[in-house]
Design a protein. Structure first.
Length: 112
């Protein structure tokens, strides 16, 4: 099933916002720091300062760790409107395994 834009229900969505996880079309998002955000959250990204709340490294065999972190982040947004986004970088370790490095950012000064 194709996702539709949250604002333009007749347009296909191109991205999922990294803060609210809603779907948006090409005219409803902005890329910042290599991630896509809806226009509302792009504004917040620029306005606030961000710090790393948690970071993990996992190989593809441990991908449930990454899924678990993303799930927790979505849950915090949905239940408490806690803002945050997760940035993922892929690296190759000395054994040639692909390692994902996930950093969960929250607004600076938030309680952990
Ligand atoms: Zn958003
Ligand atoms: Zn749209």
């Amino acid at each position: 099933m194709t996702q539709e834009c949250l604002i333009h229900s007749h347009r296909n969505a191109e991205i999922q916002c990294h803060i609210c996880h809603e779907y948006f079309c090409a005219s409803c998002f902005e890329s910042l720091e290599g991630l896509e955000f809806c226009l509302e959250h792009a504004k917040i990204i620029r306005k606030l300062q961000w710090e790393v709340k948690e970071e993990i490294e996992c190989t593809s065999a441990q991908s449930e760790l990454a899924v678990e972190m993303v799930d927790r982040k979505i849950h915090l947004y949905q239940t408490q409107r806690k803002l945050g986004f997760i940035k993922t970088e892929l690296k190759i370790d000395q054994n040639n395994n692909i390692v994902s490095h996930l950093r969960w950012y929250q607004p600076k000064g938030s309680l952990k």
